[in-house]
Design a protein around this ligand. Structure first.
Ligand code: TMP
Ligand code: ASP
Length: 235
C-alpha cells in the first residue's frame, strides 16, 4: 500500500485510500488535542501504541462475535480497515463516573454506576459534540430505530468483553467511546479505534490514570501511560 491519496485528516488520525475501493488505511498520529482542539500537543509513540492496542482489542472482539472494521495492522502505526458509512453519533459506555458526567450531573469521580450507562453524542465539531437523547436521535434521523437497538446491544456486549479482559490485566475500564458504521452489505460494524485516547483506564490497585486524561489534565507520565497500556494488552 502506498500512502499517497489522503482522504481525510483528523486531529489524531489520517485516512488514506488503498488499491481496494472497499478498504481504507487509518494512520494513527502522535498529535493529541483536547477540549475541542483548544489544547494541542504531541505524545511520543502514541500513534504506534494506539494502532497496536486497537488492533489487539478489535481482534479480541472479533473472537467474541463482534464485527469490526479491522482487516490488518499494515505498518506499526497504520490499520487496514473495511470502509464504512459511519453513523454521526459517538456511543459512550460508563462503568464509573469520570469526565463530563461529573461536571454535568455532579457525580463524584470514581462512583460506580448501578449498571453500565450508555450515552450518545452528536458528532459535530461546530456544536461541540453535544449529548443527545434517543428522542433527538430519532428526530434528526441520525440512526434508525432498529439499528439503535442493535448498537446498544453491541455496546453493552463490547463493554462486558473489554471489562473482563482489562480486569484480568489489573485495569479498571472506567468509560470509553465507540463509533459504529454500516458496511457495503448493510451490517452494523464497529469502527474507529479503542485506545487510551478513547477510553479511561485506571490501574486497579493504585487507581493511577493510564489514559489521555494525563494529557488533558497535565498529570505527567503521558508517554509512559500509553506504553504501559500497550504492555498490559499484549500480555
Ligand atoms: P467524557 O467524559 O469527556 O464525555 O468522555 C467519555 C469517554 O469518551 C472517555 O473515555 C473519553 C472518550 N472521548 C473520546 O473518545 N473523544 C472525545 O472527543 C471525548 C470528549 C471523549
Ligand atoms: N479529542 C477531542 C478534542 O480535540 C477531545 C478529547 O479527547 O478530550 O477536543
Amino acid at each position: 500500500m502506498t500512502r499517497e491519496n489522503k482522504l481525510y485528516e483528523g486531529k489524531a488520525k489520517i485516512v488514506w485510500a488503498t488499491e481496494d475501493p472497499n478498504e481504507v488505511a487509518q494512520q494513527f498520529k502522535d498529535d493529541a488535542t483536547a477540549f475541542d482542539g483548544k489544547k494541542k500537543g504531541q505524545i511520543a509513540r502514541k500513534g504506534v501504541c494506539n494502532a497496536r492496542i486497537s488492533a489487539i482489542l478489535f481482534r479480541l472482539l472479533e473472537e467474541h462475535g463482534i464485527a469490526t472494521q479491522l482487516v490488518d495492522l499494515i505498518f506499526e502505526d497504520t490499520l487496514l480497515c473495511k470502509k464504512l458509512q459511519m453513523y454521526p453519533v459517538e456511543v459512550v459506555v460508563r462503568n464509573y463516573a469520570a469526565g463530563s458526567i461529573c461536571k454535568r450531573l455532579g457525580f463524584e469521580e470514581g462512583a460506580q454506576m448501578k449498571q453500565p450507562l450508555l450515552e450518545f453524542f452528536l458528532k459535530n465539531d461546530s456544536l461541540g459534540d453535544p449529548l443527545v437523547t434517543e428522542v433527538h436521535i430519532e428526530e434528526l434521523a441520525l440512526v434508525g430505530g432498529e439499528e439503535l437497538g442493535e448498537i446498544k446491544r453491541l455496546a453493552l456486549k463490547i463493554n462486558a468483553v473489554l471489562s473482563k479482559f482489562f480486569a484480568e490485566r489489573g485495569v479498571m475500564l472506567v468509560d470509553f467511546k465507540l463509533e459504529f458504521g454500516k458496511d457495503s452489505e448493510g451490517n452494523i460494524v464497529l469502527g474507529d479505534e479503542i485506545s487510551p485516547d478513547t477510553c479511561r483506564f485506571w490501574d486497579a490497585n493504585t487507581k493511577k490514570k493510564l489514559d489521555k486524561d494525563r494529557f488533558r489534565r497535565d498529570l505527567g507520565d503521558v508517554e509512559e501511560a500509553y506504553a504501559e497500556m500497550l504492555k498490559r494488552v499484549e500480555k
